[in-house]
Design a protein around this ligand. Structure first.
Ligand SMILES: Nc1ncnc2c1ncn2[C@@H]1O[C@H](COP(=O)(O)OP(=O)(O)OP(=O)(O)O)[C@@H](O)[C@H]1O
Length: 610
């Protein structure tokens, strides 16, 4: 048999387009050809199992080799092979129709969409022409009594097909590497590509006398067959030199879609260490990409590991991927699995869960903020920690502070600090009142507080320095002032003069004599507005742009200093008021520069005068 023919495709000039635009992804030709070889081998194994193939299977390794002199790369399998007729059907028609479909799609899209198509599209056999100027196929079918076939195509739409001699069953695909693709004649380059895409293929792949893959990676096994060590070992293989993961989730579902995989919770020291694109996406053990956006919910992209699903459409553009129903379901499933796993950890080992909280808290809060369904599950195991280091769930905490921290409107006021060092004086004052203070100093906590205020009934949050301790939680009973109204006004004026700063709203309050003489606070509402503005919150936030910091200066009418100031003669009252105000600034970490120098000098003078 000797035949020449023309491949019928509708699109002209496929080669220039593919060569030109797929430049960055030329390396996928090897993934495509090796997966074809693996598919052919697995098909033969299935036929053997079904009893439809009765011959010897023999060594089923797929062998990849390179001959730099001859400028060829060969991918040889001992799979089911093809007859001449089958080559015409599968290669000339199917493979080429896939390629022309690609080009059609590719032509329509704008530049940005093109980039996304590249690497998502399984170009199949045709991708060989990205690196080869001529491709030969030598194939001998497993079917008895058939002749081996030799097909050659030089990249034009012309091919030739003839019978040939081939001793072994299976297919050899020989690429004659084009001049501009010399890099692929380097063994190191090929090994790199094989390691990236073929490391977990289910049939042994041999390159330079060595098997390069693990045919049964652990995600394909049942969790019951695996030990913790297997999981951590696999983690080390995926991410050499990284710290052991905190825990992992083995995903395994076959209905309504097919998905296996392992997701690891990495140990995160601080949010700067977050590394995205650490989850690898596989389709039937063939590596596809580490860009799992859309498949995995945004907040879980911080996880590491492997997801393998033949149901994720790989040969479509990104916009399609977002809209794809299977992808949506996968996304939902993964979210649910992660929430269930966390709930289980919490239930089974509360202490262990608390220990891990500093690493997982950020994931959980991120998830609660970005995904309503996740919030619903996570609200039962999300933890808060008070300044004493004790952990509570949200409902435990409400229970804990309810008796003491309800204001006159029956609102439970949760007090928190974002910096227990800097806000120490306020934390202490609150604690002396018998209030509890939470540590909410994480990068997402401001948003988390906002969410909890919306979700939890009759609960509001206040930072400890938002007001004087007596007013943080407004109760019915008021401390009586020992000063007359006249004295109060005089005291206020004296302070206003001493401070002489428009941004400081001075007010005289009846606080406890044990409280500080002067307390500077920034109201909760103002501070939140400013924080949001700093964080770049858009929308109406800009209107606060011109707002100066407006602090409240609460002068304690019941502190002994108030009497001294009122009774002082001449400049002495002013000096004392200034000193008391500076002490308040100092407690807030706001005393700086010239004011600090003046304060130190004044303190020395006052000490000398005593
Ligand atoms: N090594 C091989 N042995 C046997 N048949 C093969 C081999 N390579 C390709 N074929 C046949 O050629 C067909 C077309 O291959 P091609 O890679 O273009 O598409 P595909 O594998 O069906 O899909 P994909 O685009 O996902 O790769 C295959 O379906 C298969 O029947």
């Amino acid at each position: 048999m000797q035949e020449k023919g023309s491949i019928s495709i509708h699109t002209e000039n496929i080669f220039p387009i593919i060569k030109k635009f797929l430049y960055s992804d030329h390396e996928i030709f090897l993934r495509e050809l090796v997966s074809n070889a693996v598919d052919a081998t697995q098909k033969l194994k299935s036929l053997a199992q079904l009893g439809e193939f009765k011959g010897e299977l023999g060594d089923l390794k797929v062998k990849v080799s390179v001959d730099k002199e001859a400028r060829t790369i060969t991918i040889a399998d001992r799979g089911l092979g093809m007859t001449g007729e089958e080559i015409k059907k599968y290669i000339n028609q199917i493979a080429f129709s896939g390629a022309s479909e690609f080009v059609e799609k590719y032509k329509e899209k704008d530049a940005a969409a093109k980039d996304q198509i590249i690497g998502q599209f399984g170009l199949g056999f045709y991708s060989a022409f990205m690196v080869a100027k001529e491709v030969e196929i030598f194939s001998k079918s497993h079917k008895e009594g058939t002749e081996a076939a030799h097909w050659v195509c030089d990249g034009s739409t012309e091919f030739s097909l003839e019978t040939t001699e081939k001793a072994e069953r299976g297919t050899d695909v020989v690429l004659h590497v084009a001049e501009d693709s010399d890099e692929f004649l380097e063994a190191a380059r090929l090994r790199g590509i094989l390691n990236k895409y073929c490391k977990f293929l289910p049939i042994e792949i041999e390159f330079e006398g060595e098997v390069i893959n693990q045919t049964a990676p652990i995600w394909t096994k049942q969790p019951s067959e695996l030990t913790d060590e297997d999981y951590t070992k696999f983690y080390q293989e995926l991410y050499p030199f990284s710290e052991a993961p905190l825990f992992w989730i083995h995903l395994n579902v076959d209905y309504p879609f097919n998905l296996t995989g392992i997701l690891y919770f990495p140990k995160v020291k601080d949010e700067l260490q977050f590394q995205r694109n650490k989850i690898q996406l596989y389709s039937r053990q063939v590596f596809i990409t580490d860009e799992v956006k859309d498949v995995v919910p945004e907040f879980l992209m911080l996880l590491h590991g492997v997801i393998d699903s033949p149901d994720i459409p790989l040969n479509v553009s990104r916009s399609f991927l977002q809209a794809d129903a299977a992808v949506k379901k996968i996304n939902t499933y993964i979210t649910k699995k992660v929430a269930d796993k966390l709930a289980e950890l919490y239930r089974k080992d509360r202490t262990g869960f608390e220990e891990k909280w500093s690493d997982i808290g950020l994931f959980v809060k991120y998830g609660m903020l970005s995904d309503e369904k996740f919030y619903e599950k996570a609200k039962d195991f999300a933890l808060v920690q008070n300044v004493a280091g004790k952990f509570f769930t949200l409902s435990e905490y409400q229970e804990f502070v309810q008796a003491n921290q309800k204001d006159k409107n029956d609102q439970t006021v949760v007090l928190y600090t974002t910096d227990s060092e800097a806000q120490h004086a306020f934390v202490q004052a609150a604690q002396e009142r018998g209030y509890d203070v939470l540590k909410l100093d994480g990068p997402l906590d401001a948003h988390f507080i906002g969410q909890l205020e919306q979700k939890l009934e009759k609960v509001s949050f206040k930072r400890v320095d938002a007001d004087t301790v007596g007013k943080l939680i407004e109760k019915e009973e008021q401390t009586e002032s020992v000063l007359s109204d006249d004295d109060k006004t005089r005291l206020q004026d004296l302070y206003k003069q001493a401070i002489s700063n428009e941004q400081m709203q001075v007010q005289v309050e009846a606080l406890s004599p044990q409280d500080a003489p002067v307390i500077i606070t920034l109201p909760e509402f103002m501070r939140r507005m400013k924080d949001m503005q700093r964080a770049g919150g858009g929308g109406g936030m800009q209107m606060f742009g011109s707002l100066p910091d407006s602090y409240t200066v609460s002068v304690n009418a019941n502190h002994p200093i108030a009497q001294r100031i009122l009774q002082a003669e001449g400049e002495a009252g002013n000096k004392l008021a200034r000193q008391a105000f500076d002490l308040a600034l100092l407690a807030q970490g706001m005393l700086k520069g010239e004011a600090l120098t003046a304060f130190v000098k004044r303190s020395a003078d006052l000490l000398a005068a005593e």
